[in-house]
Design a protein around this ligand. Structure first.
Ligand code: NJP
Length: 240
């Protein structure tokens, strides 16, 4: 039976690229997100991908996905992203709550639900998509920076708690990646302003750049743990 990888947030960006690459590596891929039309299109292009409607902010939705799995060898907690670019003094509490619920609690819900499967696998791999925003801070990034710091803390705690279990914990912390999430949700649909975000950053990463790193880390031999990879565009390398 082929190994199964679950990728959250697989309807676009890094998650979609990771789902495609894991399928190419021979995994059965369970691709979860809310936009089912996008997942269905992805699955029609890649037969090894099974689309599942998933909202990581809903315990019911997470439990439904977990109970549909026959096995789980890899979990990529990728669903998340940033909302808004307001300074802390004008930050929208609703946005902050949503970022925390998705990036932090979403990863926690998924991890709790799928951890028994990862342990049963005998060589489970848990991947957390954090961010360089979780390593420092930047103006206008308050809610996102806070959420990604929290997600990183949870990842480190999990790593300690899983010593002795057959589960590897891998943190992937990207810098600027050219995806819908980075540009459009952050600037609330103002595509002109969103496009300008890449000005002065020659060669932002592509989703494939990050997916390559994820797949490389996941496919190392069982005795090799890639603790953390920080991946930035060359031009961003000295910023944090
Ligand atoms: O963004 P985007 P990225 N339940 O918007 C899904 C981190 N990161 O690829 O539900 C389930 O293309 C959403 O699907 P849908 C970032 O923090 C990025 O850039 O259909 N899924 C979509 O598939 C995030 O953790 C950059 O709307 C939910 C996906 O999440 C990860 O990389 C830099 C959901 C987001 O795809 C992927 O982001 C960095 C929910 N409740 C870290 N809510 C960067 N792009 O520069 C959202 O350091 N999704």
């Amino acid at each position: 039976m082929r190994k199964t990888a679950v990728v959250t947030g697989a309807s676009s960006g890094i998650g979609e690229a990771t789902a495609r690459r894991l399928a190419a590596e021979g995994f059965e891929v369970v691709a979860g997100a809310r936009r089912r039309d996008r997942l269905d299109k992805l699955a029609s292009e890649v037969p090894a991908i099974r689309p599942v409607t998933l909202d990581v902010t809903s315990q019911e939705s997470v439990d439904a996905l977990a109970s549909s799995l026959e096995r789980c060898d890899v979990l990529v907690n990728n669903a998340g992203g940033a909302l808004g670019m307001e300074p802390v003094a004008r930050g929208d509490v609703g946005d902050w709550q949503q970022m925390y619920d998705t990036n932090v609690l979403g990863s926690l819900r998924m991890t709790r639900a799928l951890l028994p499967g990862l342990v049963a696998s005998g060589d489970g791999v848990l991947v957390m998509l954090t961010s360089t925003a979780g390593l420092s801070a930047y103006e206008g990034g308050g809610g996102y920076v806070a959420a990604k710091h929290a997600q990183r803390s949870m990842t480190e705690t999990l790593r300690l708690e899983l010593v002795g279990e057959p589960v590897r914990v891998v943190e992937i912390a990207p810098g600027m990646v050219k995806t819908e999430g980075f540009a459009v949700t952050r600037f609330r649909g103002d595509e002109e302003r969103a496009a300008q975000v890449y000005d002065g950053v020659p060669g932002p990463l592509s989703s494939d750049d990050v997916a390559d790193a994820i797949v490389w880390a996941v496919t190392r031999p069982a005795h090799v743990n890639i603790d953390r990879m920080v991946i930035r565009p060359r031009a961003q390398a000295a910023q944090h």
